[in-house]
Write a protein that binds this ligand. Structure first.
Ligand code: BGC
Length: 891
C-alpha cells in the first residue's frame, strides 16, 4: 500500500502561477505520511514543457537531500510566455518512494522588459483635466480558432480591464502599489475564454489610485505623475499555430463614462445615467470617442506581479439599520472592515444614493467621522432609473463598520446592503484559541486588523488620510502577521520597494512606498524594518533568497546609522518617533518618555546583530565577523552611556527595560536587577503597561523569558485601561491605535490620531502563538524545519491551542489542564523534527496515548529538566498526558 505522498506543490509560494518573471523559481512541496518520524531522504524533480512530461528539460535524478522547500530551478534558461510543468517524487529514510506527485505548473511572463512591444497610451488631452475616470477601447478581429491567449497589462493609476463586455479577472486595485517611478507591476491574465473567432473588443477604465490621486494628509496629489496611462499586450495563439499580438497603440479610442470621481480616500461619484452600454463589445459605436496618444514613459521599470492579488474575500451582512439620536439612518455591519458596500436600489432616474462610512459612533451613539480627518469615504450613486440597479465602487476602498445613509430613494431595507471585504488574498495559515472568550475576541481583532491593513502594502490604518506603508508599524507586526497568513510574497514585494526607495546614504523612508518626500526618513525602529522584516520572513518561511535580495539594503541601513553623529557606536542624533503613543508621554505629545537616543542605540544594536546573523546564513564570513564586532562595540557603548556599573538603567521606563532585555544589551549579572525593576514599574502602575509601539511587542516576551510568565498573563488578562482587553470590552472589532481610543466615559482620545484599525498593538498575537500555545521555529533551522513546542500554561486559562500551516505542513500545539491533569497535543509535519517541552512534567509520569514515554514510537530523546521534560520527536501527532508537578526537578 502506498503511504508516502507528495502534495501542495508551490512555485514561488503560489499554486500554478501565471506571469512569473523569476529567473530561477523556487519549488516547494509537502509530504504526507501516516508514519511517525518521516523524513525525506531524497527527491527527484521533473520540469517539462508539456503536461505529459515527454519534453523534460530538467531532470534532477534522485537527489539525496532533505530539502523540500525553496528548491531552486537549475535547468536551462527559461523562455518568456512559456508554461513549465513540474512534478516531484520523494524517498523516505527507509528507502520507500512515493509516486510522482500530481502535475503542477508555472508560466513565465514577459521575463524581461525588452519583450514589451506595446506602447504606453494616454486618453485624449480633453480628459486629462477632468476628475472622471477615462475609458479606453479598441475593436479587433481574430481570424481563426483560438488556442490560447494572454494579456500582459499595466497602468499609471489603476485599471480595470474588460473584453467583450466582461471584466477580466477578479483582481482589484491593479497594478498594485509600488515605488512607481522605479518599479511598476504588470499583471498576466489568461483570456482564452474571453475571446471569440471574429470580432472582439477590449477596453480599460483608469482610476487615479495611489499614482495620481490624493495621498498623505497634506493635500498632495499627482505624487507620481499627472496622467493616467495604459500599456497592454495581448498574445493570441491560433489553433493552427499562428500568433497575433494586439497592443496599446493609436488604434485605441478614449472617452469618459459614469465614474465622475474615484479616489482611494474619498470614495466615488458614479452617475449611472452616463453608462455606455456595451462599450467594451465589438459592435459598440465609438464614433464620438476621441483618439488616444502615445506616451513616452519608461518600460524598463515594468516587473511582474510578485504579491498575491487583492480580491473580494468575503461578504458581510449588516446586523442592523437604525436611527441615531441625531436622527440619521445608519447601518451597522457589526465588524470594522475594509472594502465597500454593495447595494441594490431602484428609483427615478437622477435620484441619489449617498453613503458615508465611519468606524465608530460617538458617546451619544451618533455617527462619527472626525477621526477620518480629510478622507471623505463617501459614495455617491446617481440612478439611471431602470429598475433594480446594483452598485460597487471601482478605485477606492473604505474603512468602516457604520454606514450613514445620507440619501436614498425610498425607504432603505437592510438586505439591500452587503459589506464586501477586500484584501491581499493571502492564505490563512494560523489559528489561536483559548478558554477565555475575550482573548479569543482579541485574536479575532488582530486578524481583522491584518485583513484591513494588508491591501497590497502593509499600512498603518485603512480609513483616514494616511493608509501608508509606515515602516515602524510593519516591523512591529510582521511576526504576528506571519502566523496568521502567508505573507511571504506580500513582504517580498514590499521589501523590494523599500530597497528601491532607500536613500543613497542608506537612510530608510518613514513610509514605503515613499510619498512623504526625500527628507522624511530614518527614524529608529521605523527604518529598522529594512533588517527586521527580511529576517522575520527568513525565520518563518526558511526563505534565504529574501536575505540575498535584501542584504545590501540591510547593510546600508546599519552603515547609515554608523555614520550618524560623532560616536559611531551610539545613535544620538536625528529625528525619531520614539516610543510612539506610549502612555508615559508628556501631555499633548505622541512620543513616550523613553529617551530617543536610548531607543535608537538599542535598535542599532539589534539590527546589527541580525545583520551579523544574516551574513552567517549567507556565508559572508568577513561581514559576519565585522558586524559581530560592531555589535559588541555598540553594546559596550550602550552600557557606558545608559547602564550604571551596578546595573541600573539611566532611562527609568518600562520600554527601556523591555528593550535591553529583549535585545540582550546588558551583562548577565545585571539581568535580574533589570527584570525586577521592570516588574516594580509594572507594580507601581497596578500591573498595567505604559508601553507604546516600540516596547509593547516585546513586553510579555521579556516577562515570560525571565520567569514572570504569570505576570505576562496578568497583563494580557487585564480588562481595565490600559490593556488589550480594555478595548475588547469596549466593543472593539479590530485593534485600536491608542490604548484609550475610546475612554471610560465614552469620549475619544483625540480626533487627529485615533484610528480604530491600527495593527501595531496586535503584535501581542506573536506571544499568544509562541508562548501561550508554545509554537515556534528554531532560529538555527529556520522556517520550522526544526520546530520548538513549549506551551506555557497558566491558571487563568483552562486550555489554549494554536495551529500553523508551515511550508512543511500543519503544525499544532495545544494544552489543557484540569485538576492538575495536563494534556499536551502536538502535530509535527513530515520532514521536520521538534523539540517539545512538557511543562511541569516528570519523565516517569508522562504517557503518550497510554504508553510510557520511553517506549513511544517517534520520540527520539527525553530529558528531565528543572521545570519539565524535554523531548525530541519526529513527525506525527502525539498526545502527552501527565500529572502536573510544581516541584522543581533537577536534570
Ligand atoms: C501613523 C503611525 C506611524 C506614525 C509615525 C502615524 O500617523 O498612523 O502608525 O507609525 O505616524 O510615528
Amino acid at each position: 500500500m502506498e503511504t508516502l505522498k507528495v502534495k501542495k506543490l508551490r512555485c514561488e509560494y503560489k499554486e500554478n502561477p501565471l506571469g512569473i518573471d523569476v529567473k530561477k523559481p523556487r519549488l516547494s512541496w509537502q509530504i504526507d505520511s501516516p508514519k511517525r518520524g518521516t523524513m525525506q531522504r531524497a527527491y527527484a524533480l521533473h520540469v517539462a514543457t508539456d503536461s505529459s512530461f515527454e519534453n523534460i528539460i530538467w531532470d534532477t535524478g534522485c537527489v539525496e537531500s532533505e530539502q523540500s522547500v525553496h528548491v531552486e530551478y537549475m535547468g536551462p534558461a527559461l523562455k518568456p510566455r512559456t508554461r513549465y510543468y513540474y512534478r516531484v517524487k520523494v524517498w523516505d529514510q527507509a528507502g520507500h518512494s512515493s509516486d510522482w506527485s500530481e502535475t503542477a505548473y508555472w508560466e513565465t511572463g514577459l521575463l524581461c522588459s525588452d519583450n514589451w512591444i506595446a506602447e504606453w497610451i494616454v486618453p485624449h488631452d480633453k480628459f486629462s483635466e477632468s476628475e472622471a475616470s477615462p475609458m479606453l477601447r479598441r475593436a479587433f478581429h481574430l481570424d481563426g480558432k483560438i488556442a490560447a491567449a494572454r494579456v500582459y497589462v499595466s497602468s499609471l493609476g489603476l485599471y480595470e480591464l474588460y473584453i467583450n463586455g466582461k471584466r477580466v479577472g477578479d483582481w482589484l486595485l491593479t497594478p498594485g502599489w509600488t515605488s512607481y517611478n522605479k518599479r511598476l507591476q504588470y499583471q498576466t491574465y489568461d483570456v482564452t475564454d474571453y475571446l471569440i473567432e471574429g470580432n472582439n473588443a477590449i477596453g480599460a477604465i483608469l482610476g487615479n489610485g495611489w499614482y495620481k490621486g490624493e495621498l498623505g494628509w497634506q493635500d498632495h496629489r499627482n505624487l507620481y505623475g499627472d496622467r493616467t496611462a495604459l500599456i497592454l499586450q495581448m498574445h493570441v495563439l491560433y489553433d493552427d499555430g499562428r500568433e497575433e499580438i494586439i497592443t496599446t497603440d493609436t488604434n485605441w479610442k478614449s472617452s469618459t463614462g459614469p465614474i465622475l470621481m474615484s479616489e482611494i480616500y474619498h470614495g466615488e461619484i458614479y452617475d449611472a445615467r452616463l453608462e455606455k452600454d456595451g462599450w467594451s463589445t465589438s459592435d459598440y459605436d465609438d464614433h464620438d470617442w476621441l483618439e488616444v496618444s502615445l506616451y513616452h514613459y519608461p518600460k524598463d521599470i515594468l516587473v511582474a506581479q510578485e504579491n498575491v492579488p487583492v480580491r473580494r474575500i468575503e461578504e458581510i451582512k449588516p446586523i442592523k439599520l437604525f436611527v441615531t439620536p441625531a436622527g440619521e439612518k445608519v447601518i451597522d455591519f457589526g465588524q470594522n472592515m475594509v472594502g465597500w458596500v454593495k447595494f441594490s436600489v431602484s428609483g427615478m432616474s437622477g435620484s441619489k444614493v449617498i453613503l458615508k462610512h465611519a468606524e465608530v459612533l460617538d458617546k451619544n451613539g451618533n455617527f462619527y467621522t472626525e477621526n477620518l480627518r480629510r478622507a471623505k469615504q463617501t459614495i455617491q450613486y446617481i440612478l439611471k432609473g431602470s429598475g433594480n440597479e446594483v452598485f460597487e465602487p471601482h478605485f477606492t476602498f473604505q474603512g468602516f463598520r457604520y454606514v450613514k445613509i445620507e440619501s436614498f430613494p425610498g425607504e432603505p431595507l437592510i438586505d439591500q446592503f452587503t459589506g464586501i471585504v477586500i484584501h491581499s488574498d493571502m492564505e490563512q495559515t494560523g489559528y489561536f484559541e483559548c478558554s477565555n472568550e475575550l482573548v479569543n475576541k482579541l485574536q479575532h481583532n488582530i486578524i481583522w486588523g491584518q485583513k484591513g491593513n494588508f491591501v497590497d502594502v502593509p499600512t498603518d490604518c485603512p480609513q483616514r488620510d494616511e493608509r501608508l506603508g509606515w515602516t515602524g508599524d510593519a516591523q512591529v507586526f510582521i511576526r504576528t502577521a506571519c502566523f496568521n497568513m502567508n505573507v511571504a510574497p506580500f513582504f517580498s514585494k514590499w521589501l523590494k520597494d523599500l530597497k528601491a526607495d532607500q536613500l543613497e546614504s542608506g537612510g530608510v523612508p518613514y513610509v514605503i512606498p515613499n510619498v512623504l518626500g526625500s527628507n522624511s526618513h530614518s527614524s529608529a525602529a521605523w527604518g529598522d524594518a529594512a533588517v527586521i522584516c527580511p529576517w522575520t520572513i527568513y525565520l518563518c518561511y526558511g526563505d534565504k533568497r529574501i536575505l540575498e535580495e535584501q542584504y545590501e539594503s540591510m547593510k546600508a541601513w546599519v552603515e547609515y546609522i554608523r555614520k550618524q553623529g560623532d560616536n559611531e557606536y551610539l545613535w544620538n542624533t536625528g529625528f525619531h518617533y520614539g516610543d510612539w503613543l506610549a502612555l508615559d508621554a508628556k501631555e499633548n505629545s505622541y512620543t513616550g518618555a523613553t529617551a530617543k537616543d536610548f531607543i535608537a542605540t538599542a535598535f542599532y544594536a539589534y539590527s546589527t546583530g541580525l545583520l551579523k546573523k544574516t551574513a552567517e546564513v549567507l556565508h559572508k564570513e568577513d561581514d559576519a565577523r565585522r558586524y559581530g564586532e560592531l555589535h559588541k562595540k555598540i553594546i559596550e557603548n550602550f552600557q557606558k552611556e545608559f547602564v550604571t556599573p551596578n546595573g541600573r538603567l539611566a532611562v527609568p521606563t518600562q520600554t527601556a527595560h523591555v528593550l535591553v532585555l529583549m535585545f540582550d544589551l546588558i551583562e548577565d549579572k545585571h539581568r535580574e536587577r533589570i527584570v525586577k525593576t521592570l516588574v516594580q514599574y509594572l507594580k507601581e502602575n497596578n500591573d498595567h503597561l505604559t508601553t507604546g509601539f516600540v516596547g509593547t511587542p516585546y513586553l510579555c516576551h521579556v516577562l515570560s523569558q525571565n520567569g514572570y510568565t504569570e505576570l505576562a498573563y496578568k497583563l494580557l488578562m487585564q480588562q481595565d485601561f490600559p490593556s488589550w482587553l480594555y478595548q475588547v470590552k469596549k466593543g472593539a472589532t479590530t485593534i485600536w491605535e491608542h490604548w484609550d481610543g475610546i475612554k471610560e466615559d465614552g469620549s475619544f482620545w483625540s480626533k487627529d490620531m485615533n484610528s480604530f484599525n491600527h495593527y501595531a498593538y496586535g503584535s501581542i498575537g506573536d506571544w499568544l502563538y509562541r508562548v501561550v500555545a508554545g509554537l515556534d521555529t528554531s532560529n538555527e533551522k529556520a522556517g520550522y524545519k526544526e520546530i520548538l513546542i513549549h506551551p506555557h500554561p497558566d491558571k487563568s486559562l483552562k486550555y489554549a491551542k494554536a495551529g500553523f500551516e508551515s511550508m512543511y505542513g500543519k503544525i499544532s500545539s495545544s494544552w489543557k489542564e484540569e485538576n492538575d491533569a495536563m494534556e499536551i497535543s502536538v502535530s509535527i509535519p513530515p520532514n521536520t523534527k521538534a523539540v517539545v517541552i512538557l511543562p511541569f512534567a516528570r519523565v516517569d509520569d508522562v504517557y503518550e496515548n497510554g504508553i510510557e514515554i520511553r517506549k513511544v514510537d517517534g520520540v527520539y530523546f527525553y530529558q528531565q529538566l528543572e521545570h519539565g521534560v524535554k523531548l525530541e520527536v519526529g513527525s506525527g501527532s502525539y498526545t502527552f498526558s501527565y500529572k502536573k508537578s510544581e516541584k522543581r526537578l533537577s536534570s
